[in-house]
Design a binder for this molecule. Structure first.
Ligand SMILES: Cc1ncc(COP(=O)(O)O)c(C=O)c1O
Length: 457
């Protein structure tokens, strides 16, 4: 049986190890060494009969685990779309983990439920969403898309007199789902989970940057859900959501915006124009673990029609405090029990303030432009208009791109991923980390250009 004195020593040890890890990240290789990756096999063993002391468990985790991690929190990680967790959010995450609140019911989690409400209101303010919009703190944009589209399914069906929660989709009247050629795969997954089918969709054509071409938008007839996007995962481009709302809303369609990272452009006065007209939509999905730089896992769904969201998500049970004068968080989320992930969102927003969020977004965008300028100057082709934090670069043909990207990842100065953009293999640079500096961009550019030119370090 563990004792409280052990708790003190153990948590201090964990904090010290965490601090050492984060401090090492500034100059550490981004990719782990092959030896460290091989050593992770040290975790593999048959289920032990006897236990191990807590100190040894923690030490094993650190000694084997830490060196085998990719330094995703570091300033030169530009893969996928990955934030670096602001120090304040790591700290509040640790404290709220110590609280270990199950934030499903308000009455038994007054502190965390209140913090989540505050964080929700602040984000609604930052994004300029309509008053009365409801939010749902979920694991990421995948489940935020799912949650928002579940609310859409509820409303679109209730508008035609069908109770989809009670009666399901078998025998239900058809609903048209409009996506684009560039809709993120997680939206298709959500459509599958919701019974709409990943393939039973109408695809709107897009332009060269991956934006829906509003002039060629499909005609809307009957109950319809339209899925738009703020921030293409490759180019960073935005669908013309305001224009699509003008086309689709008078026909009664529900317009959803997947803004996993792009929605945060609304926080910057210099980039808010990218989100113009977004408040006319019905639902929005975003991530906090990407551009707000809070620890995993943290996404948020916003739904204008709070009742549609609640009808899709809420449950009742005698033993649960579902009949309450408070707003129960679990009435709005797929999960009943969950961690209070909204606390980290509150901490990020409280520590940065409106100006700090805008500065973080602007800084990342300016680093992306610096990357693009440096790569062009070195003679490489930048494939996208760099409107946000994403840069696509090609070093030549498919095989050279793959060889060079692999060498860049192995070199360890920085980490960038591979993609295929409109038939061309390319390297993706996504600048999302609060701590990236111009020096990090320049160090990374030097390494990328050196490797692409086939030079030795
Ligand atoms: C546009 C878009 N939607 C959804 C997602 C999925 O987000 P998550 O992995 O946080 O669930 C991503 C991830 O990059 C994205 O870029």
């Amino acid at each position: 049986m563990p004792e409280n004195s052990d708790l003190h020593k153990l948590l201090i040890d964990a904090a010290e190890r965490g601090v050492a890890y984060r401090e090492s990240g500034i100059d550490r290789r981004v990719a782990p060494s092959p030896e460290a990756v091989a050593a992770a096999k040290g975790f593999v063993e048959p289920m032990p009969d006897k236990g191990t002391s807590a100190e040894r468990v923690l030490a094993t985790l650190d000694e084997i685990g830490s060196p085998a991690t990719v330094m995703m929190t570091g300033p030169r990680y530009f893969g996928f779309v990955i934030g670096g967790s602001l120090p304040v959010t790591v700290a509040t995450n640790w404290l709220s983990t110590a609280w270990d609140q199950n934030v499903g019911m308000h009455e038994v989690t007054p502190a965390t439920s209140t913090l989540e409400l505050v964080a929700m209101d602040w984000m609604i303010d930052i994004f300029g969403l309509p008053a009365g919009t409801a939010a749902s703190f979920v694991t990421g944009a995948t489940i935020a898309n799912f949650t928002a589209l579940a609310a859409a399914r509820n409303r679109v069906y209730s508008d035609i007199g069908w109770n989809v929660e009670a009666d399901g989709l078998i025998g239900a009247p058809p609903v048209t789902v409009v996506v684009s050629e560039e809709t993120h795969p997680t939206v298709f997954k959500s459509l599958g989970l919701l019974g709409f089918g990943r393939n039973r969709v109408v695809r709107a054509p897009v332009d060269a940057q991956g934006r829906i071409d509003a002039e060629r938008f499909p005609a809307i007839k009957g109950p319809t859900i339209v899925c738009t996007q703020a921030g293409n995962v490759n180019t960073g481009a935005f669908d013309p959501v305001g224009r699509i709302c003008e086309i689709a809303k008078p026909k009664g369609a529900w317009v959803h915006v997947d803004g996993a990272f792009g929605l945060w452009a609304a926080a910057s006065p210099d980039r808010a124009h990218l989100c113009s007209g977004f408040s006319a939509a019905d639902s929005w999905a975003t991530d906090a673990h990407k551009w707000l730089n809070v620890p995993y896992d943290s996404g948020v769904a916003f739904v204008r029609d709070a009742l549609a969201l609640k009808s899709a998500m809420a449950i009742t049970a005698e033993y649960l405090m579902t009949e309450t004068r408070f707003r129960n968080p679990s009435d709005f989320t797929p999960e009943l029990s969950r961690r209070a992930r909204g606390v980290d969102v509150w901490a990020a927003l409280k520590s940065l303030g409106r100006q700090g969020v805008a500065a973080m977004i602007d800084r990342c965008c300016s680093h992306a432009r610096r990357f693009a300028a440096g790569l062009r100057e070195a003679g490489f082709e930048v494939l996208n208009d760099v409107v946000l934090n994403q840069v696509l670069v090609s070093f030549g043909d498919d095989a050279s791109n793959r060889r060079i990207i692999d060498a860049i990842q192995k070199d360890g100065t920085c980490w960038c991923g591979v993609t295929v953009w409109q038939g061309k293999t390319a390297m993706r640079i996504s600048v999302c980390n609060w701590s990236t500096t111009e020096r990090d961009v320049d160090l990374s550019l030097d390494a990328i250009i050196r490797i692409a030119r086939g030079q030795q370090p």
